[in-house]
Design a binder for this molecule. Structure first.
Ligand code: UTP
Length: 441
């Protein structure tokens, strides 16, 4: 049987064995446990397939993916269908919260970052309250799982355990830890974050399919009757978990995958767009991937040809999700500053930018048998919290939410339209205390 020592030798990581020899017996024992937990063959593959020397994938002929914009009547109809699906327990919600949130610079999980909202509400709490409210409207609480990352797993679980307010049902939400991978140097050697500790980093949200399956959540939810799983990023303050309109739309289109987009108006915006490849399969082209002439090409209406921006909100039918979980997803390289120690001396060293490898969940999309795309209003549904200040910050997200609440209050005929609306009392602008549909805009 091959031991991890053989793997380290075979995959060019002998510096780690040499480092182990410099450690105390207790340190060496925990280090060897960590080394044995890593798939070193996979580490080699990611470095060879996507590393600094790898050839970028050939650009394919890309065409824009078209989206549908729902009329008021179509939204109402979709809402009713979505409501029925939720009442029958056919949808569950997964919040992706495994990222490092490095741009935000907050110490804890992004979902727990103070946003300056009334009642000190944070992203996690807003999602919880919207789901509880939805349960009131539909008569059933959707199953809910949170994907955590190696840096925030403990803190995330603790946040939910300690949150103040209405007590949550036992085992709701569920948690599952995403996969991680070692950070490597330019030549593919694993870096150490401290003596006797590998620099392990979250390896992107693309592991979600496999982890949902391996964790048993997929099978359990499916067994309980779930047919659709809504997956959304943690950092959109306006995200509607298990949005009935989205669900109803997805269901009526009959495709196994349905995505939400917003209109990209600025060709310079750093956002991924939905495209069709040469096989007419849908995928997301990141802003770094789209050739400059395509990114800035305008259509006759003056808007970018590639205009459907990805807002990380996806509905996947469970049969497609099972297929996604079996895919071998491609790796992408991200260069990150990581503080590391010299394996020979144990002293902090300057390594320049380390190689961090990630998989993206949307790389599974071309495997779907069909896709539908629903374009929503940016002002109503997309306010990401990415940076500490300026664009896409707590401040900009708070303002976007306040504008919506003002509109809701006006639509309820209230005199003081400035007051905030607790997401526990209104999911989508329906009047608190009713079980009605969303507000119209
Ligand atoms: P981002 O690409 O914005 O990354 O993630 P991030 O980690 O939150 O922030 P930066 O780039 O370090 O500043 C988009 C969504 O994907 C999730 C994030 O939690 C967010 O909901 N994600 C990202 C994961 O769940 N795991 C990852 O490894 C990366």
């Amino acid at each position: 049987m091959m031991s991890f020592r053989d793997d380290l030798t075979n995959f060019g990581q002998t510096h780690l064995l040499e480092h182990m020899a410099t450690l105390s017996p207790a340190q060496a024992q925990s280090f060897s446990k960590e080394l044995a937990s890593v798939d070193w063959g996979r580490a080699r593959t990611m470095h060879e397939s996507a590393g600094p020397g790898a050839l970028p994938p050939l650009p394919s002929t890309l065409a824009p993916l078209d989206a549908e914009i729902l009329s008021k009547d179509a939204r109402d109809l979709a809402w009713k269908t979505g409501h029925d699906l939720l009442s029958r327990g056919q949808a569950g919600f997964v919040l992706m919260a495994g990222g490092q949130g490095s741009r935000l610079g907050f110490e804890g999980p992004k979902g727990a970052c103070p946003l300056g909202l009334p009642d000190d509400l944070v992203l996690f709490e807003v999602q919880v309250r919207r789901l509880l409210r939805l349960a009131e409207i539909c008569g059933r609480l959707p199953p809910f799982a949170v994907m955590t990352g190696p840096d925030n797993d403990e803190a995330t679980r603790e946040w939910f355990a300690r949150r103040v307010g209405e007590s949550l049902p036992e085992g709701w939400p569920e948690f599952f830890l995403q996969s991680s991978a070692p950070a490597l140097d330019e030549s593919g050697k694993a870096l150490l974050s401290a003596p006797g500790r590998l620099a392990l980093v979250p390896d992107g949200n693309g592991g979600i399919w496999q982890r949902l399956s391996e964790s048993g959540i997929l099978a359990r939810w499916e067994g309980a009757g779930v047919r659709w799983i809504h997956i959304a990023g943690v950092d959109n303050l306006l995200s509607g978990p298990c949005d009935p309109v989205f669900l109803g739309f997805a269901h009526s289109r009959g495709q196994p995958l349905c995505v939400k987009s917003v209109l990209r108006t600025d060709p310079a915006e750093r956002v991924g767009v939905y495209v069709l490849d040469e096989n007419r399969r849908a995928r997301v082209a990141e802003y770094t991937e789209l050739p400059a002439d395509s990114a800035s090409r305008l259509d006759l209406d003056g808007l970018p040809v590639f205009r459907e921006a990805n807002i990380a909100s996806h509905l996947v039918r469970v049969d497609a999700l099972r297929d996604f979980a079996r895919l071998d997803m491609p790796w992408h390289l991200a260069r990150k500053k990581i503080s590391s120690v010299d394996p020979r001396t144990g002293q902090t060293q300057e390594t320049g930018l380390a190689c961090k490898y990630e998989r993206f969940l949307f790389d599974a999309f071309p495997a779907a048998q069909g896709i539908s795309c629903m374009r929503v209003d940016r002002e109503l549904e997309f306010a990401p919290v990415k940076n500490a200040s300026g664009v896409d910050s707590p401040e900009s997200a708070r303002q976007a939410l306040a504008a919506i609440h003002r509109h809701w209050r006006r639509s309820w005929g209230e005199f003081d339209a400035s007051a905030w609306v607790d997401p526990r009392s209104s999911y989508g602008g329906e009047r608190p205390g009713t079980r009605g549909q969303e507000a119209s805009f």
